[in-house]
Design a protein around this ligand. Structure first.
Ligand code: SUG
Length: 451
């Protein structure tokens, strides 16, 4: 076995976490629109998840939130003046634009980038393509800042390549790792990368969802695979999401399937032409590896699409522990949904590698459609690459204590929609970011680029 390990880079929930109902096609976001949020509880839930994962002996790290409100966006939209004036003018002109500028959506780091481990890439470096997130205005504003953050953490060109995001055209909408899964027998050896898209931009005959938007194009997925130089070393598989799943609220593939190592857990209505595509995946696996690939398919009779969306079973995280076993870390909603709970028990009892199940309360994030898997970006690093990355973002007990104290000091306990008009909230949010930059040892000008 190689010494490469998977690190979960979890997004720290930002101080403006709120429920603005901005995500068309994301049922939870629409359902909780205009509710009062608790940024403090949200951030503490996220830190608790990181602590749980680290305690299992799994690589854990953090990605900082992006500075909000997004003043650059407000200026691009034609507002002018001091930060306070920008806030007031946006609030009186269009409260939805104000909410967009305040969105804390960078917490869902599965959408930060697509990451290909060094072993899969022809040049032997870890490749990142930050997602352009072009399909939603509040998310597209993340891309430039996320690129800068990734470049400051993974700065060493001997080990890392952080590409520019793809051009932000509707033909190239890209949602990052939420639509990307890697299977392998050893993190440090070439694996199989699965790219899932919702539509084709250039093939007019291809089917597409009718109600909700498909956020990822196959053209974007193919471009990312080309940039990451995958074809020489690893297997690549391109699959289309089932349009009916998208129309049922499956806005990202990680709401309907999750894979890790030698396991793919998938709902039977996840993909178009699913049995043929899974057959091809099995063949791609079989020519590379002599151990089995476990594909656990959950049927609609076991779990309807609407229960899959409500419970977020497939947004669970699969964690390979140092003892070789696999833990399925599920949202607490899976314990409360009888059908989802029964699926977890079947998966545990089945022939696959899962031998442990944990449930985590991540309700603040879940109410915006962000479960355990949305909150983390997976990056495989060997010892040399780990040393080359910025040390301040890796989880330690000390960092955990610092972050808990930082949240307690800087975060509000509750945030109502009208609070987004409050200039004091802006001061609090920017000062929290300055203090976080110091804790993580990252440049203030990168973390506080809006302030
Ligand atoms: O893009 N929600 C996010 C949730 C992203 C979940 N990530 C993954 N599945 N990987 C989204 O829809 C809600 C914001 C609001 O409604 O205010 C939001 O952006």
């Amino acid at each position: 076995m190689s010494l490469a390990r998977e690190y979960n880079f979890d997004g720290i929930v930002g101080p403006s976490h709120n429920y603005a109902g901005l995500s068309w096609g994301n049922v939870a976001s629409a359902t909780h629109r205009n509710r009062v949020s608790s940024p403090r509880a949200a951030a503490l839930e996220g830190l608790s998840k990181m602590r749980t994962v680290a305690a299992l002996g799994i690589g854990q790290a953090v990605l900082p939130p992006l500075a909000r409100p997004n003043l650059r966006l407000l200026r691009q939209l034609g507002f002018s003046g001091t930060p306070e004036q920008l806030l007031r003018r946006a609030a009186s002109s269009d409260p939805v634009l104000l909410a967009i500028a305040w969105s804390a959506s960078s917490m869902w780091t599965a959408n930060a980038a697509t990451v290909s481990p060094a072993a899969d890439c022809a040049d032997g470096r870890t490749h990142f393509t930050p997602a352009n997130l072009g399909s939603l205005l509040h998310r597209s504003g993340e891309s430039a800042s996320t690129t800068a953050v990734l470049r400051s953490i993974f700065a060493d060109p001997e080990y890392f390549v952080v590409h520019d995001p793809l051009p932000c055209s509707a033909a190239l909408f890209d949602e990052g790792a939420a639509n990307h899964t890697r299977l392998c027998v050893d993190d440090g050896q070439p694996g199989i990368e699965i790219f899932v898209s919702g539509r084709s931009a250039l093939d007019r005959s291809a089917v597409a969802p009718r109600i909700f938007p498909a956020r990822q194009t196959i053209e974007a997925s193919q471009a990312v695979a080309r940039r990451h130089q995958l074809e020489l070393r690893c297997g690549t598989v391109f699959i289309q999401q089932h349009p009916d799943a998208i129309d049922a609220g499956v806005f990202h593939n990680d709401v309907i399937s999750v894979g890790r190592a030698n396991l793919l857990l998938v709902h039977e209505q996840a993909f178009l032409d699913q049995s043929r595509r899974i057959g091809e995946l099995q063949e791609t696996w079989a020519v590379r590896f002599d151990t089995p690939l476990f594909v656990e398919t959950v049927t609609s009779a076991e779990l309807s699409l609407s229960d899959a969306v409500a419970s977020y079973l497939f947004n669970s995280v699969l964690l390979v522990r140092p003892d070789g076993g696999m833990t399925l870390l599920c949202p607490a909603e899976c314990r409360e949904n009888g059908a989802a709970l029964a699926c977890t028990q079947r998966i545990l009892a089945g022939p696959g590698p899962v031998d442990d199940i944990l449930f985590m309360d991540l309700r603040q994030s879940m109410r915006n459609g962000g479960g355990p898997a949305c909150l983390r970006l997976r990056v495989v690093l060997d010892a040399a690459a780990r040393s080359a990355a910025h040390p301040g973002v890796f989880w330690t007990e000390h960092l955990d204590q610092q972050l808990v104290a930082w949240v307690q000091r800087h975060y509000r306990d509750s945030l109502a929609p009208d609070d987004l008009r409050d200039p004091q909230l802006m001061q609090e949010a920017f000062s929290a970011m300055e203090s976080l930059a110091d804790i993580l040892g990252l440049p203030r000008n990168v973390l506080c680029d809006q302030a």
